[in-house]
Ligand binder design. Structure first.
Ligand code: PGA
Length: 251
């Protein structure tokens, strides 16, 4: 599998900025076919960005949504349902820590979203991550890490994938303490994130991405870990140069 790089734009960009960013990224990726890229703009910009991507399309760039609701249709003012994304997005991020923390999204809701995504042919990118930074000793030497040490994380994963037959899911390990917008954030080390990714893979046979303060200075360190299949990038996905630099670093 090619390394996968997801750009999560979160609630950023205007319409004009979104289309300029998408076309700049597309241009920059023209000579980097070895990386698979998914752009996740805000909902209102999915279609305009899709139009940019469809003009002279690159086979390795596709579109993802940042969220879906856990019901298929109905009186849910302001929400977006999985079937609405048919023909527009290929992927959807579910259970991002900002959704869990700020919008009190539960594991049960994440599971419903994963099921609806799969039902409507969207590939769910399931975000899991612990809130608390482990001790420096564990980060420096995670070789003794066991499933028991990451029980909360594995529980999020089990709940999110409970009763799911298809394994067409992607897991994004995003330690909340490492996400750039968390106060005092520090990225994990490649060694530590790789060890956790390995334990996640024992639990579920799926590609595992790392996310949390990824930039062009640390992308290669994460990507070279055997059990890390790609990156989920927030802040550094909002500028053409920083995003393309990350993609170049990992091939
Ligand atoms: P960050 O965000 O790269 O800005 O830390 C990652 C994420 O929240 O998905």
């Amino acid at each position: 599998m090619k390394p996968l790089v997801i750009g999560n734009w979160k609630m950023n960009t205007t319409l004009a900025e979104a289309t300029v960013l998408a076309s700049g990224i597309k241009e920059g990726l023209a000579d980097i076919p070895a990386v698979e890229v998914v752009l996740c703009p805000p909902f209102p910009f999915l279609v305009p960005v899709a139009e940019v991507l469809h003009r002279h399309p690159l086979p390795n760039v596709s579109l993802g949504a940042q969220n879906i609701f856990w019901k298929e249709e109905g009186a849910y003012t302001g929400e977006v349902a999985a079937p609405m994304l048919g023909g527009i997005a290929k992927y959807v991020i579910v259970g991002h820590s900002e959704r869990r923390g700020l919008f009190h999204e539960t594991d049960k809701e994440v599971n419903l979203k994963v099921r609806l995504a799969l039902k409507h042919n969207l590939i769910p990118i399931i975000c899991i991550g612990e809130l608390k930074r482990p001790s420096q000793t564990v980060i420096d030497d995670p070789s003794g890490l066991s499933k028991a040490n990451i029980a909360t994380l594995l529980n999020q994963l089990r709940e999110a994938t409970s009763d799911i037959k298809s394994e067409n899911v992607i897991v994004a390990y995003e330690p909340v303490w490492a996400i750039s917008t968390t106060a005092g954030a520090t990225p994990a080390t490649g060694y530590y994130a790789g060890a956790v990714a390995g334990l996640i893979k024992h639990e579920l046979d799926a590609p595992v991405l790392y996310g949390g303060s990824v930039d062009s200075s640390n992308a290669a360190e994460f990507a070279k870990q055997e059990d890390i299949d790609g990156l989920l990038v927030g802040g550094a996905s909002l500028k053409v140069n920083s995003f393309i630099a990350i993609c170049r670093q990992i091939i």
